[in-house]
Design a protein around this ligand. Structure first.
Ligand code: 5AD
Ligand code: SF4
Length: 473
């Protein structure tokens, strides 16, 4: 009889991809997925440490398993990902019934660790960060055999997949825990990335999203001294037959070179969608965050984007209430948002992370009510911008990669020829329309007749349209 795995994932796209890899490797060892912890032999939590809230959620979920484990001591409970790396022994202290703690660099060891736990080994921990120079066996396995192990059932849709091109981060922004949980930045060899992209295309993927913490800083220098940067990598990936769209997140403002922008403009499969978090509109705050650029540098970058890639949609992240943020500094963020008119922004209340330079150097001195108010104020400004920008699409036709039934449609249990379908434009705008399940995985022209801040609403254009008919999307 096959064994059953329940896996719960929180956090970023990198975590979704890591979970896909772990599921794939456990399937090779005879596992099937279960819908609930009570039905599973092995229960894994893939965790996030970027904000306190994500950690609290995981600890409370672990707490809920205490009773289950008491009644079923043979069940194996594992904590993997960033929180495993950051908290290590603390997890065993808070939840002594946990069997495994596995950091993001050791996920390929999970089948072996699970087997050992099943054979009676208790409290195993595999956490280590280091430069993956390809010399140690562990690293070779995680680079060469782990990434290509894929599980299509864990992807966002059968025709979309994530592809890691870089691990770790070297930027050490003072608020951020990622360099401490995912280790130093390293690009994967381009040959591996391209061959993985080919496998994904053969499996029917039309869209890949390249992942890296600072994805546009990607570089890889081979043994013969040849360096491949992001622009060169995109050129190689553009040649992969079958792929229609190539997206990449998350970008770092300082590495948004003109060469890269020109390359994106030149290559039609590369989505002109740039997520480039600015984090703050105040030079003083950016300095305290050690982001490595000024507001004026960011403005210059935006001007270069508008010049070389005028069709681009740009989105951003902001942190409000970072240590010492005054009302005037916050207002500078609001002003920058108004000026840049991002397609959308993710706005976060600062969450102090023990282990970061920010936690060491500064007090978390902005009260939570103030953070909340600033968060809401910014969201309102962003929503108004998104609403106005989306209205510009009324009457235009956009090309949409159809993902499947919308959440609303699934909630309503719609079936048959008329259900609400959802997809995205090349620029990552969400579009809903009346259609049917058969259209999933197709690139369709959709005429937009209504809009909200977050969604374009349209209908399928049935007559033939040439590419010249599409509005910039
Ligand atoms: N508190 C709040 N937001 C954070 N981010 C990263 N670290 C923190 C933190 N300590 C945000 C940044 C980043 C996004 C992924 O999460 O805006 O771009
Ligand atoms: Fe964190 Fe800064 Fe690296 Fe992004 S660039 S992962 S915010 S340290």
């Amino acid at each position: 009889m096959s064994k059953r795995l329940y896996i719960e994932t929180v956090g970023c796209q990198m975590n979704l991809l890591d979970s896909e890899m772990v599921v794939a490797s456990l399937r090779h060892h005879g596992y099937e997925l279960a819908d609930r912890p009570s039905q599973a032999d092995t229960i894994l939590f893939n965790t996030c440490s970027v904000r306190q809230h994500a950690e609290d959620k995981t600890y409370s979920q672990l707490g809920r398993l205490r009773q289950l484990k008491r009644e079923n001591p043979e069940k194996i409970i594992g904590v993997m990902g960033c929180m495993a790396q950051k908290d290590q022994q603390i997890i065993f202290d808070r939840a002594p019934y946990v069997d495994l703690i596995v950091g993001p660099g050791q996920l390929h060891q999970i089948p072996e660790l699970v087997a050992k736990a099943a054979a009676g080994a208790s409290r195993q921990m595999a956490v280590s960060l280091g430069r993956r120079d390809g010399t140690s066996d562990d690293i070779k396995r995680s680079h060469e055999t782990f990434d290509p192990l894929r599980d299509p059932t864990m992807r966002p849709t059968p025709f979309q997949a994530y592809l890691r091109i870089q691990i770790g981060c070297d930027k050490f922004c003072t608020y951020c825990i990622v360099p401490m949980t995912r280790g130093p930045e390293q690009g994967r060899p381009p040959e591996q990335i391209v061959s993985e992209a080919r496998v994904l295309a053969e499996q029917g993927c039309l869209e890949i999203t390249l992942l890296g913490q600072t994805v546009n800083s990607y570089r890889y220098t081979s043994a013969d001294g040849q360096t491949t940067n992001m622009a060169a990598l995109l050129r190689q990936l553009h040649e992969v037959d079958g792929l229609q769209r190539i997206k990449f997140v998350t970008n770092y403002p300082k590495d948004m070179t003109t060469e890269l922008l020109r390359t994106i403009h030149e290559l039609p499969k590369i989505s002109p969608y740039l997520h480039v978090p600015v984090q703050s509109g105040s030079d003083e705050v950016l300095q305290r965050m050690q982001r490595g650029y000024t507001v004026s540098d960011y403005r210059d970058m935006m001007a270069r984007i508008r010049e070389h890639l005028p069709e681009a949609a740009v989105s951003s992240d902001f942190i409000v209430g970072f240590s010492g943020e005054t009302e005037a500094e916050f207002q500078q963020s609001v002003e920058l948002l108004r000026e840049c008119r991002f397609k959308n922004s993710f706005i976060f209340k600062y969450s102090v992370r023990p282990g970061t330079r920010g936690a060491e150097l500064y007090d978390d001195d902005v009260p939570d009510e103030v953070k909340k108010r600033r968060n809401n104020e910014m969201l309102a400004v962003q929503n108004a911008i998104s609403e106005e920008d989306n209205e510009l699409f009324l009457g235009r036709t956009v090309e949409v990669l159809v993902e499947g039934p919308s959440k609303n449609s699934l909630k309503r249990g719609e079936e048959g020829p008329l259900m609400q379908m959802v997809g995205r434009t090349h620029c990552d705008r969400i579009v809903v329309f009346e259609g049917n399940q058969r259209q999933a995985g197709q690139l369709l022209p959709i005429a937009i007749y209504d809009s909200t801040p977050f969604t374009l609403i349209g209908s399928v254009v049935t007559q033939h349209v040439g590419p010249e008919m599409f509005a910039i999307s």
